[in-house]
Design a protein around this ligand. Sequence first.
Ligand code: F6P
Length: 363
Amino acid sequence: KRRIGVMTSGGDAPGMNGAVRAVVRMAIHYDCEAYAIFEGYDGLVKGGDMIKPMQWEDVRGFLSEGGTLIGTARCMEFMERPGRLKAAKNMVLKGIDALVICGGDGSLTGADKFRAEWPGLLQELVDNNELSQEDIQPFKHLNIVGLVGSIDNDLSMTDATIGCYTSLARICEAVDSVDTTATSHQRAFIIEVMGRHCGWLALMAGVSTGADFVFIPENPPEETWADDMCKIVKKHRSMGKRKTIVIIAEGAIDRNKNKIKPSMVKDILSNQAGLDTRVTTLGHVQRGGTPSAYDRMLATLQGVEAVKAVIEATPDTPSPVICIIENKICRRPLLEAVAQTKEVAVAIDNGDFAKAMQLRDAE
Ligand code: F6P
């Protein structure tokens, strides 16, 4: 029987458990054996009890649980070849030759690198007398399938990553709560949300809550932003608005690539607009808690597709990442999606914001 491993990696995201559940159950449905790799790549490198067979009932209740029940880690050892050598050995010992990984772009790139190195790693293990030619014989190819789990919605080629809509809903609830106290005191609030290189959460939260001003990394404001923001805020106030909400992505920068800090915006609103202003950093509240219906559905449909992709893979198929485009679950070449994602980060780094926006638009 074919053995398929599933793991979660990088920052957790609501819906990851639903993905694990779908992979385990779909693998069993296709008469394969499912294995969970605990604590992300750490588990793969350590092996032993960190890689466990999973039965149908082992994932009962997973769908509605937040975070990742099989654990995750940012593993440095796997970044180096000796770590990947240990991981390859553990996989052969457990009889696993297909991995479904739910994580961000970094985790997925690591996985594809592992696949590319696979034959060389196995040969090295034989040369080192750690495995025999017989041991490696059935493990000619490694199949990798990516599932994108991240609250940031920062991967190109997919409309939504697993977790982003739960996080957006959580942010909206938090902004609604801030709204009531802001309105009571006629205060201004600067609300910082997550999203390292990606302004999706900030932008969509701004749209969904009717914020007065939004800062995102891909489209930094004009140099006159302090005056512009004050003008807009004052206008809204003159129209009877009793509160001011500014949403700022944690990666927000100005056109010279200097970080725009919430405290700077607070000082401007206090001193230039004369508003009693507070800062609220939402932090990991945005990443925790129960997954929304959408993320449960997305994780399940994509987990099912991931197992199909493993079963249909040929040695020449490039590793796929499971996406959703215009409401359809589909496969895209993992490396292309990661490369496109990197292009946005590079454009921001180069100060080419027109290109960053153009790339985001094309996604
Ligand atoms: O990638 C998701 C994310 O939530 C980012 O938005 C944020 O920068 C980062 O993770 C924080 O992660 P951690 O606290 O786990 O290092």
